[in-house]
Design a protein around this ligand. Structure first.
Ligand code: SAH
Length: 452
């Protein structure tokens, strides 16, 4: 690769951080994106590759080090790349996040708004309640698991991880040992041999419940009963084990079909005093401590008086809608994943919430239908995936004219774009980032909007 560049090693300085948290390094007339390099640092960078016309590189030598750089706890932080912000002190991480949200609104929304300082965690480690790892076998026949190195299919072996729930690693270690001794082979995408693809673990924050999902490439899982028995013996804290079958070769981890091998097939947890059941395929926020803070903020922003018709779009297992229900007249939720809707309906029942309806549909189609019927909505909560809402959804929103909108987003750029669209009729009351993903560049934001 080196030969395609006029010069492989460049001297210069890091002048900014990109939206993906990479150092923007400038030197010798070139701009290079460098993971784990921070503003003010000077040194030499080795160019590694070019993608979509941009250069990416690694630190070769640092002559000047940022005062905000700290020693990362994780030894494989550089190789894994999942949380390279471990090298940046926590206050700087939070400052980066507020600034990125501010920048996106300046650039894309061109709307006047103050962005509040990012709300952080008291202890920004071991927070993740969900972990999913691909499995493979090395040349010596040892089974290992890890994280995909960013934008590749290379698995970086992981033995310990400082952001995931502490209960996960011992379970993964037991899985590795048992897969090897019971000859349960990792699936090989090239030769299509083996069966094992991923292990997914979901832990409950408030209850001693843990789900383990074994994702296989084929339905047949010889010896699965013995495997489950042995796993439970090693890790009696596991409360349910599921086999999920994913025969497709896509980057989506879970397949359609699943089989409960042990326990009830879901875990239970609670947020803001409301209990939830969570299935393997249902979305559930990954940082329970921060989710409660975020939801509390979202509820305040909704200013519910008990009289409102609330609409919760992209509702997952109904978390936001069910928490809002006690302050509203009626809640209507829509979510596209069947299993999540099933969980949502059960969650309403288990909490004795009767002013809650949930539909399985595409949020945009549902909104369009509501707008056509001229339904009344007072407050809209929307929490779309990273790509944001589409124009159909936003257009229908402008037709429905809810008095207030509370937009929860994990991507500041699509958030700013969508808020700009809604800006025709809405004013921004507040923009509040939350650090749902400490040690990574990701940021979650709540925007409160009201009808002009
Ligand atoms: N509000 C929930 C979930 C947010 S994540 C919570 O806080 O837990 C976004 C959710 O949108 C996911 O559950 C995903 O399955 C769902 N989703 C994705 N595309 C959708 C679409 N087109 N229509 C409806 N829901 C969708």
């Amino acid at each position: 690769m080196g030969s395609s560049f006029p010069k492989n090693i460049i001297s210069g300085a890091c002048v900014d951080l990109s939206f993906e948290g990479k150092g923007v390094f400038k030197g010798e007339g070139q701009t290079v994106f460098v993971e784990g390099m921070f503003v003010g640092e000077e040194g030499e960078v080795q160019i590694a590759y070019k993608r979509n016309g941009a250069l990416f590189g690694n630190i070769k030598k640092l002559h000047k080090v940022s005062p905000n750089r700290i020693q990362p706890r994780c030894k494989i932080c550089h190789a894994c790349g999942g949380c390279c912000f471990q090298q940046l002190d926590y206050q700087s991480q939070l400052a980066f996040k507020s600034e990125k949200v501010r920048e996106q609104f300046r650039r894309l929304a061109k709307m006047k708004a103050e962005v509040a300082p990012c709300v952080g965690m008291d202890d920004p480690y071991f927070y993740r309640n969900k972990i999913q790892m691909p499995f493979a076998k090395d040349d010596r026949g040892n089974v290992y698991c890890g994280f995909y190195k960013s934008s590749t299919h290379v698995i970086v072996p992981v033995e310990e991880c400082y952001i995931e729930d502490r209960r996960s690693q011992p379970i993964l270690s037991a899985c590795k040992k048992l897969f090897k001794s019971m000859r349960i082979e990792p699936y090989n995408e090239d030769s299509h041999s083996g069966i094992l693809r991923h292990v997914l673990i979901k832990t409950s924050y408030y209850k001693p419940e843990i789900m383990v999902v074994i994702v296989t490439a084929v339905d047949s899982f010889p010896g699965r009963n013995n495997f489950v028995k042995a796993l439970l013996k090693e890790c009696p804290e596991i409360t349910t084990v599921i086999q999920n079958i994913n025969p497709r070769s896509t980057s989506v981890i879970l397949g359609e079909k699943e089989r409960i091998l042990y326990g009830k097939g879901y875990i239970e947890d609670s947020l803001c005093g409301v209990g939830f059941q969570i299935s393997a395929k249902s979305f559930y926020q990954t940082n329970p401590v921060m989710t409660e803070k975020l939801y509390e903020y979202a509820m305040k922003a909704a200013r519910l008086s008990g009289e409102e018709i609330v609409f919760d779009a992209y509702s997952g297992i109904g978390t936001i809608g069910l928490i809002a229900a006690k302050g509203a007249k009626q809640v209507i939720s829509v979510e596209i994943v069947k299993q999540a809707v099933h969980d949502g309906i059960r969650n309403a029942k288990r909490n004795g919430i009767s002013n809650f309806l949930m539909y399985c549909d595409d949020a945009s189609s549902f909104m369009v239908k509501m707008a056509e019927k001229g339904e009344a909505v007072d407050v809209l909560f929307m929490d779309p995936p990273r790509k944001g809402a589409d124009e159909r959804f936003l257009k229908a929103t402008l037709k429905l004219r809810p008095k207030r909108i509370v937009y929860v987003s994990c991507d500041p750029s699509t958030l700013a774009r969508d808020v700009a669209y809604l800006g025709k009729a809405y004013q921004i009351d507040a923009i509040q980032p939350f650090d749902m993903f400490p040690q990574t560049f990701h940021v979650e934001t709540v925007v409160a909007l009201s009808l002009r």
